[in-house]
Write a protein that binds this ligand. Structure first.
Ligand code: DAT
Ligand code: MG
Length: 137
């Protein structure tokens, strides 16, 4: 059974011209592109996507950042635990602590501009794909 997850190359990744490099890594790993679209995320959609962080002090900045310019929205498919494969390749949330070889570890320095989002489990993947690509879910 194919297993899908949701990824965002965030505005900083698009602005810095890193989308090709990020997608290349996922494709080289063997994950398949199911959907991909460059889109500016509006505040309402960002609020739904990041609902779990609504009470955090950085929520306003997070919503502003994710919508400041176009992001590359992606659905990836693999054989099993695709969300986990993607999270491992992304590195931990704070890029200053992400391991070299990970996307955040190789290209990031700021927690507020950490290049990529990846769903944190199968339920999140289904929920997030439903928000951004309702036709796919
Ligand atoms: P992740 O993106 O690794 O799943 P998360 O879900 O905890 O991390 O947080 C979502 C995003 O919010 C994260 O990618 C960057 C931002 N963020 C998290 N913690 C933060 C903090 N302490 N200060 C500023 N931004 C933060
Ligand atoms: Mg998260």
């Amino acid at each position: 059974m194919a297993d899908r997850t949701f990824v965002i190359c965030k505005p900083d990744a698009v602005e810095r011209g890193l989308v090709g490099e990020i997608v290349r890594r996922f494709e080289a790993k063997g994950l398949k592109l199911v959907a991909a679209e460059l889109r500016t995320i509006d505040a309402e959609t960002a609020g739904k996507h990041y609902a779990e962080h609504a009470e955090r002090p950085f929520f306003g900045e997070l919503v502003e950042f994710i919508g400041r310019s176009p992001a590359m929205l992606i659905v990836l498919e693999g054989p099993e635990d695709t969300w986990k494969v993607v999270r491992t390749m992304m590195g931990v949330t704070n890029p200053r602590e992400s391991a070299p070889g990970t996307i955040r570890g190789d290209f990031g320095l700021l927690i507020g501009e950490n290049l990529v989002h990846g769903s944190d489990g199968p339920e999140s993947a289904e929920r997030e794909i439903g928000i951004f690509f309702p036709g796919l879910a």
